[in-house]
Design a protein around this ligand. Structure first.
Ligand SMILES: [Fe+2]
Ligand SMILES: [Fe+2]
Length: 285
């Protein structure tokens, strides 16, 4: 058996912590939980930092933190690590500073020394991670399309942004891919739907732990925000024939969004997946 643990939205800060005092302590406490699970690798779907696209030291800091876990890991950037577009950058300077430069010169690429498409193979499962910016200046989707065409066994895809709305009501009815990668979303979603070997799309960004169908063969999982809440993620156990997916909790807050943004739903249920049985996805093709 092989085990992946999926987490997201660490929102790591170097001292002094300006945006979320105490986040480093939450992450350090969560590290013990992650290590105890003994994953073969960690999948981390972005917002590793809160202002890494403004200050490269933040990204170097979170890389040191991840390296210090002693676990293999695969990361993709979120909008706080690699801003999605100029409009977001202008509206949220510091948090989402847009870098109008080639991929290789972005803070993220220089800190993690990786391309816009990353890949790992575990047993028979291929894991592909995508870094996306509006307009796809890094040709990430061109590269992904090529790899999806070449697949001969099951695959998981990692990205920061949900491709489907995660909640019917409340703030997450309109907060997801919208305004970030809207021009790429349909293209990416179609690619994943058209390749039946892709079994799951793992993402973050919404700071809630959700499961949404994208197609008959494909489900979207969002991991919550380990640092800010919902502090939760997913254990993905891979056997010969299936994926068994269970929820884990981190050491941080259970909730992120204020109660009045959670619609009619109970705020805790809004943030955390409340199933008790594992979610089972077949790997048989
Ligand atoms: Fe985030
Ligand atoms: Fe985000």
């Amino acid at each position: 058996m092989t085990r992946i643990v999926h987490i997201s939205d660490l929102h790591f800060e170097l001292p002094p912590e300006r945006l979320k005092p105490g986040v480093r302590q939450v992450l350090d406490q969560s590290a013990a939980i992650l290590k105890a699970l003994q994953p073969d690798f960690l999948a981390v779907t972005g917002d590793l930092t809160s202002y890494g696209c403004f200050d490269r030291n933040q990204l170097s800091g979170v890389r040191r933190w991840l390296d210090g876990l002693g676990l293999d890991y695969l990361v993709v950037p979120g909008n706080h690590d690699l801003s999605a577009n100029e409009i977001r950058g202008a509206a949220y300077p510091i948090m989402e500073t847009y870098e109008p430069v080639a991929w290789e010169r972005t803070n993220f690429a220089r800190s993690f020394d990786q391309g816009p498409l990353v890949e790992r193979t575990l047993d028979q499962v291929t894991v592909l991670g995508v870094a996306l910016r509006e307009g796809d200046p890094d040709s990430t989707l061109v590269q992904l399309a090529r790899r999806l065409d070449e697949l001969s066994g099951p695959a998981l895809v990692l990205g920061h942004y949900p491709l489907q709305v995660t909640k019917e009501q409340g703030v997450l009815g309109t907060f997801g891919y919208q305004g970030y990668i809207e021009g790429q979303r349909d293209r990416l979603l179609k690619m994943l739907r058209d390749q039946p070997l892709v079994r799951a799309y793992l993402c973050g960004h919404v700071h809630a732990q959700t499961v949404v169908p994208l197609d008959d063969h494909l489900r979207q999982f969002s991991a919550g925000s380990l640092g800010l809440g919902a502090s939760a993620g997913w254990i993905i156990d891979i056997t010969q024939e299936r994926l068994e997916i269970r929820s884990i909790r981190g050491a941080g807050p259970e909730r992120f969004w204020p109660d009045d943004l959670c619609g009619e739903q109970d705020p805790l249920d809004y943030h955390l997946w409340c199933g008790t049985e594992p979610i089972v996805l077949s790997l048989v093709t």
